[in-house]
Write a protein that binds this ligand. Structure first.
Ligand SMILES: Nc1ncnc2c1ncn2[C@@H]1O[C@H](COP(=O)(O)OP(=O)(O)OP(=O)(O)O)[C@@H](O)[C@H]1O
Length: 283
């Protein structure tokens, strides 16, 4: 085993389907050990990009290196180092959740303990149920279990928490943080901006097949520096002011009120505000 500074390197990636360009010149580096979230509206090219990186889809042109190899020429050893959670659920109908996880464990030289993995994804109670009777969210947990059973160095998660209830999403975030803390590199796609904010070291925004921004979630766009909104409860009701100098406004208000400012909040644009502006919504 050898260390690579970047787990994923992509240069000039293009993917054309018969009638449409799905990926239109993407350059991307995902550093070893980071959690990277790919955001973008429906049809932006996220799944296509991720499936090319997983070696499941051929590119039209461009250079791609994943854990030091071109995924188009991946071998079994490489596949053993990569975990994949696809968008579509695998169907194992008549097998129980426990049987499926035990079965998949056999494919990996250094698999995790299947029962431990079932516990980590919160399926212990359901492990003896046939997979066809699992709920949508429970099937998704099983997908995640199969993605991590081989102790991957690099884990791909395509919309991992779609269909999860809020509690299951929080549990899943804990699982991902644990994997990241143990050094697993994670590339996930998500439509949940709170998920990207909670998990990702960096986010990339794909729009129309192009990567239009890459940054830490709290710095994306003008989040760190853009105008802040200062809100408070004035004598005539709620009041607010947009400002580049929120400290000065708060100081002025504190003087006006002679101390504590009622209902004071200072907010910057949310990740969702910035993201929607970037993809051309909410102008
Ligand atoms: N097998 C295919 N044949 C033809 N066109 C395809 C195929 N797969 C995807 N596309 C097209 O490529 C574009 C990108 O699709 P892709 O699934 O990569 O987007 P996405 O960002 O993952 O979307 P979503 O958020 O809806 O999952 C879309 O216009 C889609 O219609």
């Amino acid at each position: 085993m050898y260390a690579v500074a970047d787990a994923i390197t992509v240069r000039g990636l293009h993917k054309r389907y018969r009638s449409a360009v799905a990926v239109d010149g993407v350059d991307l580096d995902v550093h070893a050990g980071e959690v990277f979230a790919l955001l973008g509206p429906n049809g932006a090219g996220k799944t296509t990009t991720v499936e090319i990186l997983e070696g499941f889809r051929k590119r039209t042109s461009g250079e791609v290196s994943v854990l030091g190899l071109d995924p188009q020429h991946a071998d079994a050893a490489w596949r053993g180092r990569v975990g994949v959670v696809l968008q579509s659920t695998g169907e194992f109908d008549d097998l129980t959740a426990r049987e499926v996880v035990h079965h998949f464990a056999q494919y990996y030289p250094d698999a995790a303990d299947p029962d431990e993995v079932l516990a980590r994804v919160g399926l212990t109670e359901k492990q003896d149920d046939r997979t066809r009777v699992l709920s949508g969210g429970q099937k998704r947990r099983l997908d995640v279990a199969l993605g991590i059973i081989g102790r991957p160095e690099l884990l791909f998660l395509d919309e991992p928490t779609t269909g999860f209830d809020p509690e299951a999403r929080r549990e899943f975030w804990g699982l991902i943080r644990g994997l990241a803390a143990a050094g697993t590199t994670i590339l996930l796609t998500t439509h949940y901006l709170d998920e990207a904010e909670a998990l990702a070291d960096r986010v990339g925004v794909l729009s129309g097949g192009r990567l239009i921004a890459v940054d830490a979630p709290d710095r994306l766009g003008d989040r760190g520096t853009g105008a802040a909104t200062v809100s408070w409860l004035g004598p005539d009701g709620p009041a607010s002011e947009q400002t580049d100098a929120p400290t000065a406004v708060v100081t002025r208000l504190a003087a006006q009120f002679g101390g504590e400012v009622p209902g004071l909040t200072v907010t910057r644009p949310s990740l969702e505000d910035v993201y929607l502006r970037m993809i051309g919504v909410g102008e």
